[in-house]
Ligand binder design. Structure first.
Ligand code: SAM
Length: 400
């Protein structure tokens, strides 16, 4: 039996939704079981990878990909998207932590705006040469199939579901050995509960009259760091937390603190980078239990109040935090007081001098800046994100 020929990278989680992708398929150009352990099966002299990212963090994501993937170059960025050229689709890509999804760019087609155009869009997508290495051989497990997920932005008179269906029908006509699971598996993810599993997820993003086609390399749990991580209320996405950690100019000898640790998303992401120590403070015991379960021995959670931290003066080099700002955690009118008192404590526990760094995200930027200024810090906004319908800003502070 044969299967989709995948690049020598194992980005998707082997599991219900994608087990067939992690299996070795027949033939000399098969997907390598161990990362980097075999020849690259696709003719990828240069591949273009699309990384999707929280809007506002494109530059951080681009710079992370360039630093982690040898030989990569930045191709383009757009809101929430970063395209990079890479010499191979290899395991280095799986080390990128600021991207929500990684997709292999397969090509672009023109997308007409009316329903009459849907058939042509499907035909053109199905004819893309990049599909041949993916769907050109039979799936290696019975019941696996492909899905097409479409998104649209612009003046089209058709819906994204109509586009997805039309494109999937055209692909099915070209590659009849592949079951078309579009519309059967909700959202195109995971096991469908009918003995079907998605082996190949294609994504078609239509922006006005341009349709970009890509093959999703990462499972949905990629951005959550796997299926088992716990999140408390007001938790950040790990990908955003990692971006905050990178914005703190991380150094291997840093003693790092998150005084509002929550479920330790930032603590865990900062601990994934070299550091002397990473500590989180969380006032809620129950939340601290979730936080500890998310961490290995490389970080510590202390149940305490950020307004009176059980830490020595000058014992912290960098603070990276997501300040409480929504009604999920506190009443809105409690915020200015909390910020003022916590800022004074941050000033106390941070090392004296210009080496002290603070990265803090909140929607309540004026209150945060006023509080930090009163404690002897100047702030600059380094990013403003589009996050769950809110627009929190990331502010970097230095001692004045
Ligand atoms: C915005 S959430 C942090 C979310 C966290 N970054 C995560 O991803 O899970 C703020 C956290 O601060 C905690 N908190 C609120 N007031 C606090 C205080 N005075 N001292 C310490 N923690 C506090 C809340 O219980 C909450 O878990």
């Amino acid at each position: 039996m044969t299967g989709p020929r995948r690049p020598a990278v194992r980005l998707r989680r082997p599991g219900a939704g994608d087990a067939s992708l992690s299996r070795r398929s027949g033939g000399g150009t098969a997907y390598a079981e161990k990362n980097g352990g075999g020849p690259s099966p696709l003719p990828l002299a240069t591949a273009v990878i699309l990384a999707t990212v929280t809007p506002g963090l494109e530059a951080v994501c681009a710079s992370e990909v360039l630093s982690r993937v040898p030989g990569s170059t930045l191709s383009a960025t757009a809101r929430g998207k970063v395209w990079v050229s890479v010499p191979e689709v290899g395991p280095a890509l799986a080390t990128v932590r600021t991207a929500d999804n990684l997709l292999l760019h397969l090509g672009e087609v023109r997308a007409g705006l009316t329903r009459w155009d849907l058939q042509a869009i499907g035909r053109d997508v199905a004819a893309l040469p990049g599909l041949e290495p993916i769907l050109g051989s039979r799936p290696d497990v019975g019941g696996s199939g492909f899905v097409v997920n479409a998104s649209r932005r612009g003046r089209q008179t058709w819906s994204r579901f109509e586009a997805g269906t039309a494109i999937a029908d055209a692909i099915e006509a070209r590659f009849p050995a592949w079951p078309n699971l579009t519309g059967i598996v909700a959202g195109g993810q995971g096991a469908g509960g009918r003995g079907v599993r998605v082996a190949v997820e294609l994504r078609v993003d239509v922006d006005d009259e341009r349709a970009t086609v890509s093959w999703r390399l990462t499972p949905p749990s990629f951005r959550f760091r796997g299926p088992d991580r716990g999140f408390a209320r007001a938790a950040l996405l790990p990908t955003v937390a990692h971006a905050l950690a990178l914005l703190s100019d991380p150094r291997p000898d840093d003693r790092v603190l998150d005084p509002f640790a929550g479920s330790a998303t930032i603590v865990a992401e900062r601990a994934a980078l070299p550091a002397a120590s990473v500590t989180g403070i969380e006032i809620d015991r129950n939340v601290a239990v979730v936080a500890r379960a998310n961490l290995g021995p490389s970080a510590t959670i202390v149940v305490a109040d950020a307004r009176a931290m059980p830490l020595d003066a000058g014992s912290v080099d960098a603070i990276v935090t997501n300040l409480p700002f929504g009604r999920q955690v506190l009443d809105s009118d409690e915020i200015p007081d909390l910020y003022r008192t916590a800022a004074r404590e941050m000033a106390r526990v941070l090392v004296p001098g210009p080496g002290a760094r603070v990265i803090a995200m909140t929607t309540r930027v004026p209150e945060a800046i006023v509080a930090m200024e009163a404690a002897g810090f100047a702030g600059e906004v380094v990013a403003t994100l589009g996050l769950n319908g809110q627009r929190p800003s990331v502010v970097r502070y230095f001692r004045t």
